[in-house]
Design a binder for this molecule. Structure first.
Ligand SMILES: Nc1nc2c(ncn2[C@@H]2O[C@H](COP(=O)(O)OP(=O)(O)OP(=O)(O)O)[C@@H](O)[C@H]2O)c(=O)[nH]1
Length: 301
């Protein structure tokens, strides 16, 4: 286990701010043991950081605490409190594997005995943190299609009924697009499987970039994607679907292979639709788009 203090930022020039409030003497050994016992029971990262920040605050007053870590190429931050011009930042690692960066900040300088206490308590969170990060990665991997980075079919199966009941409860629009890449077999056969993979990745990127953050995009199966458009009416949904189709249609050909195009079936939610009914209507509309010659959008009746 390693704690690397990468930055202790204790400006000396400013007038000394008021001392932090005095606290009852702490039985640090006992506090550390209790903390270790509770942290080892937390696998959820947010709950772990939340608990650590509360227990730390009981013995060491501070203004803000944040933990930053990387998952699948993206940085995530969990923050408690705000402000504090004096800060201490630790890069945490176990067996040379970086876990993330923990920063504690306070208006008043952190004195040497406080830093020693802080480091003792941080030492206790390192292994539970590693377990929580492994758990979070496992959850992420179980929900993610490795080729495209999109959420997978399992997540779609959970999201569809949830979004339907939300839309029906609040009377908001919801539209399901079922999207299928045309002639992917032909691309695979002519240019190889990796060209087919690249086509799927390009399509995934266009779908994700072409909708709002509040909309959801899934790799449903093979060369089929599902998009849940939240909030827009049927006309808006049709415009979005047309835009996605035409962006893929405008892609340059990949080393002589046929360019991918999209067939899209569109179904706006009806008041009485179940997940199954909405899915079947979008899927029938997709079939209609294939029958109509591919590279087009077809709306459900
Ligand atoms: N490269 C690659 N190909 C895949 C992947 N998943 C599915 N496929 C291919 O996608 C093709 C789907 O075939 P079909 O269902 O006949 O569809 P299509 O060739 O796109 O033709 P239409 O859908 O009828 O336009 C198959 O050849 C699969 O092998 C993948 O992850 N990578």
């Amino acid at each position: 286990m390693k704690l690397i203090n990468i930055l202790s930022d204790h400006p000396q020039t400013a007038p000394a701010p008021a001392k932090p409030p005095r606290r009852k003497p702490v039985d640090l050994a006992r506090h550390t043991l209790e903390l270790a016992a509770t942290l080892s029971r937390h696998l959820d990262l947010d709950a772990l950081i939340d608990h650590f920040s509360r227990r730390l605050g009981e013995v060491l007053p501070y203004d803000s605490l944040s933990f930053r870590h990387e998952l699948a190429g993206q940085w995530h931050a969990i923050a408690h409190g705000s402000g504090g011009r004096h800060s201490c930042t630790y890069q945490l690692q176990v067996e040379e594997v970086p876990l993330g960066t923990l920063r504690i900040a306070r208006r008043q300088r952190l004195e040497e005995p406080e830093l020693a206490m802080l480091e003792q308590l941080i030492g206790v969170i390192v292994y539970p943190l590693r377990n929580a990060l492994l758990y979070r990665r496992a959850q992420h991997d179980a929900a993610t299609d490795p080729l495209t980075g999109l959420s997978n079919r399992g997540v779609f199966d959970d999201a569809l009924p949830r979004e339907i009941s939300r839309a029906q409860r609040y009377g908001t629009h919801l539209t399901l697009l079922m999207v299928d890449v045309d002639n992917l077999k032909h691309i695979n056969d002519r240019a190889g499987h990796s060209a087919g993979d690249r086509a799927l990745q390009q399509v995934a990127g266009i779908l994700r970039a072409g909708v709002r953050d509040s909309d959801q995009v899934f790799r449903y199966a093979g060369d089929e994607f599902a998009v849940l458009l939240v909030g827009g009416d049927a006309t808006t949904a049709r415009e979005v679907a047309e835009r996605l189709r035409s962006r893929v249609d405008e892609l340059p050909a990949d080393s002589g292979a046929a360019r991918p195009t999209l067939s899209i079936g569109l179904a706006p939610l009806r008041d009485t639709d179940s997940g199954q009914a909405l899915f079947e209507r979008a899927d029938r509309a997709l079939y209609g788009a294939k029958q109509a010659g591919r590279n087009c959008v077809c709306s459900a009746d």
